[in-house]
Design a protein around this ligand. Structure first.
Ligand code: 13P
Ligand code: SF4
Length: 329
């Protein structure tokens, strides 16, 4: 929480008490929004935290598929999203009717497969899937929960899918979708930065294409990257190939390090334009007006079942092996 609050932040805290709201914010939100949140997290953490909220209202500072997920996992709550237009290029890449046709075509060709969808997808796509994964549990689901002998139709992120295929050796059919932010990191700039900072550690999200991941010292979902940075005690320079707001959280957690964002080919900042639709003013307005609100849709019933078995009933707790880097870079 900032020491001195601006007027809008003060109004938000006042409204929070008045309407009984819990604010959940993704790490890709601007720092001023993360600073006000009760909980910050990646998609997996926020989905799980949403189930624990006991206040009547959840204000979800993130994008539409995340707010829908919170609603499905805690249906009695009113879920507000500051801007209903906050979408995602991955969601747009996989319309449900197109997925249903592809599944039909594969079945007609005798293919034995299960559909695994990234959580960055519509509720209709989730309802058509066997499993929903986030960057945090995808490896576990692909390795341990999809029965051996089944191919995997992985939608919609081809880069995350290719990363998982390389990691697990599973047979995968990849959908042609990508994240508009992680897709465009400039490999030329990354290599230049690596030359300028030869001892720096490069961390990258698996939504990045292989040409970036192959130059990373560590690839992992958002929480995994946070944990990895936490294993360095001495001041270290990190080259960060993920959404730029993530560095706000890293700076808050581990201020002894230096974080340098890898630029995109067409933009120096690499902020997600969908996440950026949420502003402090819109957070205040949605709490004051009680809208935009996520309303229950018919497809939520089936999508909720898939979400619940995928995210809330893990078969085994996967504990990452702790590394330690006491000497920095
Ligand atoms: P995670 O929240 O799983 O790290 O996914 C990143 C992302 O792009 C969210 O939209
Ligand atoms: Fe979608 Fe990429 Fe934005 Fe995440 S960062 S919401 S994957 S467009």
């Amino acid at each position: 929480m900032p020491a001195v609050l601006d007027d809008v932040s003060a109004e938000i805290l006042d409204l929070k008490k008045r309407i009984g709201a819990t604010i959940l914010a993704h790490y890709y939100q601007d720092g001023e929004i993360q600073a006000l949140a009760d909980v910050t997290g990646d998609s997996l953490k926020l989905a799980r935290e949403a189930t624990k909220v006991d206040s009547p209202v959840i204000v979800f500072c993130g994008v539409l598929f995340m707010a829908e997920t919170a609603k499905m996992l805690n249906p009695k709550k009113r879920v507000l999203l500051p801007d209903l237009q906050a979408g995602c290029s991955l969601v747009d890449a996989c319309p449900a009717d197109k997925l249903a046709r592809e599944q039909e075509r594969l079945r007609a060709n005798g293919r034995q497969f299960q559909t695994v969808c990234y959580i960055n997808s519509s509720a209709k796509v989730k309802a058509l899937s066997d499993w929903v994964v986030t960057s945090g549990n995808a490896e576990d689901v692909v390795r341990n929960r999809v029965p051996a002998g089944q191919e995997i139709l992985f939608v919609p992120d081809k880069h995350l899918g290719a990363y998982l295929r390389d990691l697990t050796g599973r047979d995968m059919i990849l959908w042609d979708g990508s994240c508009m932010v992680h897709e465009i990191f400039s490999v030329t700039d990354l290599l230049k930065m690596k030359r300028e900072h030869p001892r720096a550690v490069t961390i990258a999200h698996p939504e990045c294409p292989r040409n970036i991941l192959e130059h990373a010292d560590f690839a992992g979902g958002t929480e995994a990257m946070r944990k990895h940075v936490g294993t360095y005690r001495e001041p270290t320079t990190f080259l960060v190939a993920t959404e730029a707001n993530m560095m706000w959280d890293l700076q808050r957690l581990h201020p002894q390090h230096t974080y340098l964002g890898v630029p995109g080919v067409s933009c120096a900042c690499n902020k997600c334009p969908h996440m950026a639709r949420n502003t402090l003013e819109k957070v205040r307005d949605c709490m004051r007006d009680g809208r935009p609100e996520i309303l229950w849709q018919p497809e939520f019933d089936k999508a909720k079942e898939v979400l619940t078995r995928s995210l809330l009933n893990p078969p085994v707790a996967v504990t990452p092996v702790a590394e330690d880097h006491p000497h920095g870079d």
